[in-house]
Design a protein around this ligand. Structure first.
Ligand SMILES: [Zn+2]
Length: 113
């Protein structure tokens, strides 16, 4: 069963090759902070894309998504008000469990020297 794209054309088995992106910058008056909200959709079939790996909600010091994950919400600030990593700002990292590719059965863990 196909879906109708923004042009109204029915698309079956869409390969999602053409996109529209909608961005909005918000000034959060009560906090004096800023956020960038981003939405992406396939313009051939109208399917919205979801942001992967981010928590739902609003993070004024990072990134999050709407509850349905179709809107990415990114904390932003004017250059000069927040240090980049190159300027000595916080260096963040995350650890993620990856389910693929499955290692061969005879694989050995990496050895440290
Ligand atoms: Zn599509």
């Amino acid at each position: 069963m196909g879906k109708r794209g923004v042009t109204g054309a029915r698309q079956v088995n869409c390969k999602h090759e053409n996109f529209a992106c909608d961005c909005e910058v918000n000034r959060l008056l009560d906090t004096g902070r800023f956020s960038l909200d981003v939405r992406v959709m396939c313009i051939d079939c109208g399917t919205p894309f979801r942001f992967i790996g981010l928590p739902a909600g609003l993070d004024l010091n990072g990134a999050a998504t709407s509850v349905d994950a179709t809107e990415g919400r990114f904390a932003i600030a004017p250059k000069g008000e927040v240090e980049s990593v190159l300027e000595g700002g916080d260096v963040g990292f995350s650890i993620r469990k990856v389910l693929w590719p499955k290692p061969p059965n005879n694989s050995q863990p990496p050895q440290c020297s």
